[in-house]
Design a protein around this ligand. Structure first.
Ligand code: ZN
Length: 440
C-alpha cells in the first residue's frame, strides 16, 4: 500500500489553483480543484497527476474559483463533497466562469484559451456535488474519517480534519480567525492534528491586520465627509464574500446612526450571491434592501452618481477593465467629486492598484479601447476588511494546534517565507513546490 503522503498540484509556492492529493491509509482524497486566478485556458489548471491511482473522494473547502474552478473537468470521475451553501454558490460561480470563458474566446479567438468547459458542463458538475450531512462528518473506506469544521472566510467555507487510526491531518483551505458580520471566525474546537496544511495568503509582514472596529469607524468618517457634500462613494468589491460583508457593515453603520441612511447599490454577480447569503444567513444578513443595478449604461451610472449620496458596492474588486466598478471609476477618477474606497486585496498588476497608488495626474487605463483616465480625485482611500488571517493569527493557530509537521500553501513567496521563519524553530515546516510529493 502507498504510504501516507501529500502531492501538490497547485497553490504551492504561490496562491494559484488550489489542488492537492492526500493519500491516507490507501485512500486518495483530492483537496479542492481550482483554477489559477491570473492565468487563462489550460495554463490556469492545476497540474494533476493520477498516475498512481484516481482519487476515491474529493473535498471542496469553499466556492471561490481558485478552489472550485476546475470541478467540471473532474466531476465525471470523482465524487466530490462540500457544504450545501458552497454548492448553491458554486452553481452561480461556475456558470459565470463558463460564460466569461466563452465570451472571451468569441471576442478574441485564441487556441491557447479555448473554454475549459461549457455552461452545461458546469451545471452537470454542480448537480453531481454531494453535500455533508448536518454533522459535517464523512466515513471513508480504509478507516478514514473526515470532519468538516467552520473555516470563517466566506459563507459555506470549511476546513477538513481527516483522521486514520495512526495519523490526523488538518487542511485549512482559506480561513479567517476573527469574526466578520456575515461569518464567524474558524472554529476547530480542541483538535490536535499531527499534520497541518495551512493557507498563508496574508502571511507577509506588511499585511498585519488592523483592528476591525477601528477600520469600520474610519470608513464611516470618510463616508460622512463625502455625504456632507452630497457626494457618493464607490467601493469596488468581489462578488462573493466582500460584497455581502460590506453590505452588512454599511447596514450596521446606518442602523446605529453612524452614517446617514442612503441607498446602497449592488450589481450582477454580487446581487445574485447576496440572495444566497440571505437564504442561508437569515439572522445575520441586513434587512436593508440594496438596489440591484442591471443597466450599466453611462447615462444610468451618471444619473446614479448625481442622484445624491449613495454607496455603490460594484464588481470587480480590483477595477478590472470594463467591469461595472471600472465604468463608475472612470467617471469619478478625473473629477474632484465623489470617492473610491477600496476594501479588499489589490493585485499590483490591476487598474485598482494603480488608481490607489499612482501619483495624482497619472493616467490609468480603465476601459479597453478608450484613452486612459487622468487621476485627479483626492478621495481615493483603502480600508482593510479581510476574510483571511494575518501572520500573528496564523502563528497563534499553529502554536495552539501543536502539530509535528506544518505544510505552508496558498501564499506568495514573501508570505510563505515569513510564516516559515516565525514557526520553523518550533516545528518542522515545509513549503512545497508544484509537483512535490511530501511524506507524512
Ligand atoms: Zn477563498
Amino acid at each position: 500500500m502507498e504510504s501516507d503522503n501529500l502531492k501538490a498540484f497547485g497553490s504551492a509556492g504561490e496562491i494559484g489553483a488550489s489542488c492537492f492529493l492526500l493519500t491516507l491509509n490507501g485512500q486518495k482524497i483530492l483537496l479542492d480543484c481550482g483554477i489559477h486566478p491570473k492565468k487563462e485556458g489550460y495554463e490556469s489548471l492545476p497540474q494533476v497527476d493520477f498516475s498512481q491511482g484516481k482519487p476515491n473522494t474529493g473535498l471542496i473547502t469553499h466556492a471561490h474559483l481558485d478552489h472550485i474552478g476546475a470541478l467540471p473537468l473532474l466531476t465525471p470521475q470523482i465524487p466530490f463533497f462540500t457544504t450545501k451553501a458552497s454548492k448553491s454558490i458554486a452553481k452561480i460561480m461556475l456558470k459565470n466562469s463558463a460564460n466569461i470563458q466563452m465570451k472571451k474566446y468569441l471576442d478574441q479567438p485564441d487556441e491557447n484559451c479555448i473554454p475549459l468547459f461549457s455552461e452545461k458542463d458546469a451545471r452537470r458538475a454542480v448537480r453531481s456535488l454531494r453535500t455533508f450531512s448536518r454533522s459535517g462528518t464523512l466515513q471513508l473506506r480504509g478507516k478514514v474519517f473526515v470532519n468538516a469544521l467552520p473555516a470563517g472566510h466566506i459563507l459555506g467555507a470549511r476546513s477538513f480534519f481527516i483522521q486514520t487510526p495512526t495519523l490526523s491531518v488538518l487542511y485549512t483551505g482559506d480561513i479567517s480567525l476573527t469574526d466578520q458580520i456575515t461569518v464567524k471566525a474558524a472554529d476547530y474546537g480542541n483538535i490536535q492534528p499531527d499534520i497541518v496544511i495551512i493557507e498563508c495568503t496574508l502571511g507577509a509582514e506588511e499585511n498585519i491586520a488592523v483592528q476591525r472596529n477601528e477600520q469600520v469607524m474610519n470608513f464611516a468618517d470618510q463616508i460622512n465627509y463625502l455625504f456632507a457634500r452630497r457626494e457618493s462613494v464607490l467601493c469596488p468589491t468581489f462578488a462573493l464574500g466582500k460584497t455581502q460583508e460590506m453590505l452588512a457593515i454599511c447596514d450596521y453603520l446606518i442602523n446605529s446612526g453612524k452614517i446617514k441612511p442612503v441607498p446602497i447599490a449592488i450589481n450582477g454577480m454580487g446581487a445574485k450571491i447576496t440572495r444566497i447569503y440571505r437564504t442561508y444567513l437569515k439572522n445575520r444578513m441586513p434587512y436593508y434592501n440594496p438596489i440591484e443595478v442591471s443597466d450599466l449604461s453611462y447615462s444610468t451610472l451618471n444619473q446614479l452618481l448625481e442622484s445624491g449620496p449613495m454607496i455603490m458596492l460594484f464588481t470587480s474588486g480590483m477595477l478590472i477593465e470594463d467591469t461595472p466598478s471600472a465604468r463608475v471609476a472612470e467617471q469619478i477618477l478625473p473629477s474632484t467629486k465623489h470617492g473610491i474606497f477600496f476594501v479588499g486585496y489589490l493585485d499590483p498588476e490591476t487598474p485598482g492598484y494603480k488608481v490607489l497608488h499612482n501619483p495624482m495626474g497619472s493616467k490609468i487605463q480603465l476601459l479597453k479601447n478608450k484613452i486612459p483616465t487622468e487621476k485627479l480625485n483626492p478621495n481615493i482611500k483603502s480600508f482593510r476588511f479581510t476574510s483571511h488571517s494575518d501572520k500573528t493569527h496564523l502563528v497563534n493557530l499553529v502554536e495552539s494546534l501543536n502539530p509535528s509537521k506544518v505544510i505552508l500553501i496558498h501564499g506568495e513567496k514573501a508570505a510563505l517565507e515569513n510564516v516559515k521563519n516565525l514557526i520553523s524553530n518550533q516545528v518542522e515546516t515545509i513549503i512545497p513546490k508544484r509537483g512535490d510529493q511530501i511524506s507524512l
